[in-house]
Design a protein around this ligand. Structure first.
Ligand code: ADP
Ligand code: MG
Length: 440
């Protein structure tokens, strides 16, 4: 099995050690990052994301613990070797671009190559081809100040790639950009991961970015509080079964390890729609629901097959129940499509607008199912919770807790029974919309 490219073991970083303003910015951090992975370090401002990134980059030595890159302790390298490492193994992009204002765009990109043996023409040709690739080739002779923020950031993406690094680090690279430029920069970084197969470590506090990553490390107050696997991407790091229970589907996958994702969805739906049927009926129902979920049976035919007598191949349910069932299943499938869209990479032109919009729609569905009237404040909290749950920022338990928490502390103030009900329902919807992460 492949070894991880970057290993942190009980890594702690202390600023101003021994002084009165000593500050522990990271405590006992453990990470394993594999070659080719796209990792996001996610968390509120001040949680230690940049600190971890600069430790990996070779400019912040561990206070305690170990940090190994390709099996080496980079902090034990002699100075020239460390510089070589930072120049040829790591590429870096900053929030504030960090371009040299007095140099042309072309010279900015060519500059990091000055220490290698290539002659000026070769350097400029390589710089120009990168600028072309990232869509800023036509402004290569301008100075950075004449470019838009989005263009400047694409110049720094070009610069970060000029020495063909193995690992690309990006510290909130879209923090200063509008949403269109953000999308362009995110797409380019995604391309560097999927096409060039470079390892990406990105610092972000924007939940809309999470869908790009293979995995997300959530930081809080200098600790890694959670690691979440993105079920939409085929994993590189070996994921142990049961390690990432984030959805009901994954729980079902543990009970029925040989079932397909489609079958697990069927089971989840059957379990939702019925408790009171016989085993024979359940088998028939699974079959009918399987066809309905996959779109092979439309709603009318689905209802017919539910009503049909058992001898004739039906489930033999009374018409009223059958209609009600079809209606509920149909609504859940619609909502699951929203979950899928929410998590989909690239599908939406403007991920920020549409994710918020989808979260609002999911809220509407939920409220429609539960007929609860919310104040404006509760409403905002619910949208935030929905987005957090769908992106994996919070787990099922926390979603449930937040529903019960007081409105003042960011919750919804529901009773336990209401919260349990709503959580159960929403987990079902997620199960329909999200795949099982270790079955890729
Ligand atoms: P993030 O990138 O998540 O916003 P940082 O890694 O920059 O957080 O900072 C983590 C904590 O360490 C913050 O509380 C910050 O104030 C503190 N910190 C960062 N840099 C220094 C420094 N050079 N000296 C002292 N404290 C620092
Ligand atoms: Mg930071």
């Amino acid at each position: 099995m492949a070894k991880p490219l970057i290993v942190c073991r009980d890594l702690s970083i202390i600023y101003n050690k021994g002084k009165s303003n000593e500050f522990k910015a990271l405590s006992n951090v453990n990470t394993d990052i594999y070659e080719g992975e796209y990792i996001i370090l996610f968390g509120a401002s001040g949680s230690g994301k940049s600190t971890l990134m600069y430790a990996i980059q070779g400019s912040l030595p561990p206070g305690s613990g170990t940090l190994l890159i390709r099996g080496d302790d980079i902090y034990s390298y002699p100075p020239d070797e460390r510089v070589y490492f930072q120049r040829y193994v790591m590429g870096i992009i900053f929030q504030s671009f960090n371009l040299i204002p007095s140099l042309s765009v072309l010279d900015n990109v060519a500059l990091p190559m000055i220490f290698c043996n290539a002659d000026k023409t070769t350097r400029e040709r390589r710089a120009q081809s990168l600028l072309d690739r990232f869509g800023v080739g036509h402004v290569s002779h301008k100075i950075p100040a004449m470019l838009s923020g989005g263009q400047q950031q694409r110049v720094s993406v070009s610069r970060s790639m000029v020495n063909d690094p193995k690992i690309l680090l990006a510290d909130e690279p879209t923090g200063n950009l509008d949403s269109v430029s953000t999308q362009q920069v995110m797409d380019k970084i995604d391309e560097i991961n999927t096409f060039d197969r470079r390892t990406i470590i990105m610092v972000s506090h924007n939940a809309a970015h999470l869908s790009y990553a293979h995995r997300v490390y959530y930081l809080k107050d200098g600790l890694i509080v959670r690691e979440v696997v993105n079920p939409q991407r085929k994993q590189i790091k070996p994921v142990r079964e049961g390690e990432t229970i984030v959805t009901e589907l994954e729980q079902l996958a543990r009970i029925y390890p040989y079932d397909s994702v489609e079958m697990l969805r069927v089971k989840s739906m059957v379990n939702y729609l019925t408790q009171e049927f016989t085993y024979r009926q359940l088998i028939r129902l699974e079959h009918a629901i399987g066809l309905f979920i996959s779109g092979k049976l439309d709603k009318d035919h689905f209802i017919k097959s539910l009503i049909l007598p058992y001898e004739k191949g039906g489930v033999e349910i009374d018409e009223k129940t059958a209609r009600e069932m079809a209606h509920r299943a149909e609504r859940m499938i619609e909502q699951a499509d929203d979950i899928r869209r929410f998590r989909a990479r690239k599908e939406n032109q403007n991920i920020f607008f549409s994710q918020h919009h989808l979260a609002e729609r999911l809220r509407d569905h939920l409220l429609h199912s539960y007929r609860i009237k919310l104040t404006k404040e509760q409403d905002e909290h619910l949208i935030e919770m929905i987005a957090d749950r769908v992106t994996g920022v919070i787990e099922e338990d926390q979603f449930n807790e937040r529903l019960m928490q007081s409105v003042r502390s960011g919750g919804l103030g529901l009773t336990e029974a209401e919260a349990d009900d709503m959580t159960r329902y929403f987990e079902k919807v997620i199960a329909q919309g999200v795949d099982v992460s270790y079955k890729s």
